[in-house]
Design a protein around this ligand. Structure first.
Ligand code: ADP
Ligand code: MG
Length: 703
């Protein structure tokens, strides 16, 4: 008999080789295998007939193999494997590129019954029959009768195939496991099962892999059968309990309360050369209130590019310094760290605070001197890149940790920096707005503040979509802006010539603009391969207004703050992600002059997603709307980058698709973790989970 924790090599049909292949897919135990769900289901009780095929639709057909051949195209020496097959109603052709193994290993034979799945299209050579390129296929076993087969005559699960592991092999293994499984302990508390009418775990696993005949295909495709609903809820619930639990731990920590009286609160604003916005004032109040408590502040500050987060963070720094504490301020790039350092230096010029800059480019001697001052407490504010995380960076009394653009860092890095003090107050900032439903999961252990107001006198950036024929018009517009004394960014995706990608590389564009288009203007080039000294010099000249047009790669993305820059021209705009485009656009519109973002599309065809992104950017400047859209286009996996977010990778649920289940799961989880009477049931419940699950969802040590 198999248990959930049984290693896969004890499953019938798994030898050392297969165990190895499974491990490569992160499948180590019977449980892992069972939580590898099909990515689609196929109703094999009836197939589409060849004569009924709809061109362009994804379909499965059952046909008999007629002929196969391997051809090599004359021009590009491309090897194509060709197969023709038929059912009673007609002929189809299948083509594979780069799949000589099909030929060499004689995978197909005449007369075989095969299921092909893919998009059938009219054959471009006009033979009249439909063809499909690189279809999925499954060759039927002649020896096995359809009656009682797990591959035929029923709704069949189709798994993502991997090296050495065909969809069919996985189906077989999972079927074996399900029939030999001894006991499946329930993961969810009984009360919750009843309240939400959830299926029992064992039945849910069975039905999710091998749905009974009457299950509607749409429900399977939308992942809303009772069985799948139960597994989705289970995963989200465990995730939320983990999030809530970590929050509880954070709330139980004891740090150092700061003394912040009205006078200090005023001082913090007196540093500024302008009046803070109401949103900035509110957020600073929230932070001051946090830092007065012994429970360390754990706050996320969200706000669009340019809304003035850095300023607020520096005000909070002043409060810390006045309390005799040190501040660590970490930014994702050198350029950004330098800019913060520069800015802080100006703000605190008359306060007597010592502000240091630590990057990996620092000379050994300077570095040693800086760290010595830090350790002795003579340096109050240390700004830097991830260089701050180095083990020899030791503080005298670290009281406030600030992390800028936190989505660029992992959770572990945040904790590493925090561990350089005794439960310091912590502020993390991001200009990548996260829709609220998700931010509560992603940043569940943080309180959230939002700056939803821009400093006065800023007009929103006007955005235009341009193509190659409009280029000269764009250049005339730029020339005009330069004549008015404004500055311009021209952004390019890559530096060097790259024939494969066909991108207009920064260097060529730079030469062209400087030599031919704007011979009378001051044009400079900035890219990531410059030495940091050179980079600095280029940036400083631009910031000082000594450069008119800065051709750059994305190194400026989060770095530059030049109010006189009014035009951002983005080459090959369709190649960038939405969040990145939004950030880049945020480099202009920082002063009171009207600003413009020119999105130049490349000459080639644009993917539908690319077009969607550009349209979205043209339609709105609201970061939250853009984030929602980004999420919808890319899906949460890519949006967050699972590793970065600190969330376990989800196996069944999807945060976006399953938002409603997520809400319910969060309510139940919050109740379970926060409610005093249920503390006993919480620890009992956690004790009932396997250690693997406890670790996965961060529940180790509960109760
Ligand atoms: P963020 O970090 O949110 O992108 P910053 O803090 O870098 O924004 O601020 C962007 C620019 O706006 C900076 O040049 C800053 O000096 C300026 N700024 C910030 N707050 C105000 C304000 N209340 N009034 C005028 N200018 C402001
Ligand atoms: Mg910033």
């Amino acid at each position: 008999m198999l248990e959930l924790q049984t290693p896969v090599q004890f499953v019938k049909g798994v030898g050392p080789r297969r165990a190895h292949d499974l491990a490569a897919k992160n499948i180590h135990t019977v449980e892992d295998l069972l939580y590898t769900l099909p990515y689609r289901y196929e109703d094999r009780t009836r197939f589409c007939r060849v004569s009924d095929l709809q061109p362009g639709a994804k379909t499965s057909i059952l046909v008999e193999v007629l002929t196969t051949s391997l051809t090599v195209t004359r021009k590009s020496r491309l090897k194509i494997f060709d197969l023709s097959a038929r059912d009673k109603t007609g002929l189809i052709r299948c083509k594979w590129f780069h799949s000589e193994y099909l030929h060499q290993r004689k995978i197909f034979r005449r007369g075989q019954q095969v299921i092909f799945h893919g998009k059938f299209e009219p054959d471009p050579f006009g033979t009249g029959s439909l063809q499909v390129i690189n279809p999925e296929f499954e060759i039927l076993d002649e020896a096995v009768p359809i009656q009682g087969s797990i591959d035929m005559g029923r709704i069949v699960p189709v798994y993502e195939a991997a090296r050495g592991l065909g969809a069919r092999t996985l189906r077989r293994l999972i079927h074996t496991v399900l029939s030999e499984l001894s006991r499946v302990p329930e993961t969810l508390p009984v009360a919750i099962l009843e309240r939400h009418d959830l299926m029992d775990r064992r039945a849910a696993l069975q039905e999710s892999h091998f749905p009974s005949a009457e299950t509607p295909g749409e429900d399977l495709a939308a992942r809303r059968t009772p069985a799948l609903r139960r597994l989705i809820f289970e995963e989200l619930f465990l995730l939320e309990v983990g999030v809530r639990w970590k929050r509880r731990l954070a709330r139980n920590a004891r740090g150092t309360p700061f003394h912040i009286d009205p006078r200090l609160r005023r001082t913090a604003s007196n540093f500024l050369p302008f009046r803070p916005t109401r949103a900035q004032e509110r957020v600073l109040d929230e932070m001051a209130e946090d830092m007065r408590q012994a429970t360390p502040m754990n706050r996320l500050l969200q706000g669009d590019v340019g809304c003035g987060k850095t300023v607020v963070a520096l005000q909070a720094s002043a409060m810390a310094v006045e309390n005799g504490a040190q501040v660590a301020f970490m930014a994702p790039t050198e350029i950004l760290a330098e800019q913060h350092h520069h800015y802080a230096g100006r703000l605190f010029a008359r306060s007597g605070y010592r502000v240091g800059l630590l990057t990996s480019g620092l000379k050994k001697m300077e570095r040693r001197g800086l760290l010595e001052e830090l350790y002795q407490g003579k340096l109050q504010i240390l700004i830097g890149t991830h260089a701050l995380l180095e083990p020899d960076v030791a503080f005298h009394k670290l009281g406030l940790v600030i992390i800028d653009e936190q989505h660029r860092f992992g959770v572990r890095q945040r904790f590493n920096l925090m561990n350089k003090g005794a439960h310091p107050h912590t502020l993390v900032m991001t200009a990548t707005p996260i829709p609220r439903t998700l931010s509560m999961t992603l940043y569940g252990d943080l309180d959230v503040s939002v700056i939803d107001e821009m400093p006065p006198n800023r007009s929103p950036v006007k955005t235009y979509l341009l193509d190659e024929p409009k280029r000269s018009q764009a250049y005339r517009f730029i020339a005009d802006q330069v004549k008015q004394g404004r500055q311009v960014y021209v952004l390019c995706p890559l530096i060097e010539d790259s024939p494969k990608l066909d991108l207009r590389p920064a260097r060529r564009i730079f030469e062209h603009l400087r030599g031919q288009v704007f011979p009378d203007s001051r044009v400079e080039l900035l890219h990531g391969r410059l030495k940091s000294m050179e980079k600095d010099a280029v940036m400083q000249r631009f910031a000082a207004g000594q450069t008119d047009i800065l051709v750059s790669t994305t190194v400026i993305e989060v770095g530059m703050d030049v109010a006189n820059a009014t035009v951002m021209l983005i080459e090959h705009a369709e190649r960038f992600g939405l969040a990145q485009l939004h950030q880049l656009r945020g480099r202009v519109g920082r002063g009171c002059e009207p600003s413009y973002c020119l999105l130049m599309q490349g000459a080639g065809t644009i993917t539908p997603e690319g077009a969607q992104r550009l349209n979205c950017l043209r339609e709105t400047t609201d970061g939250f709307v853009i984030a929602e859209k980004d999420l919808a286009i890319r899906g949460p996996g890519e949006f967050f980058g699972a590793r970065q977010s600190g969330l376990p990778t989800l196996r069944v649920a999807q945060l976006l698709r399953d938002r409603r289940a997520l809400e319910t799961a969060r309510k139940e989880a919050t109740y379970l973790v926060d409610n005093f009477e249920s503390q006993k049931s919480l620890s009992q419940w956690v004790a009932g989970l396997s250690s693997g699950w406890q670790a996965r969802y961060g529940l180790v040590g509960v109760g």
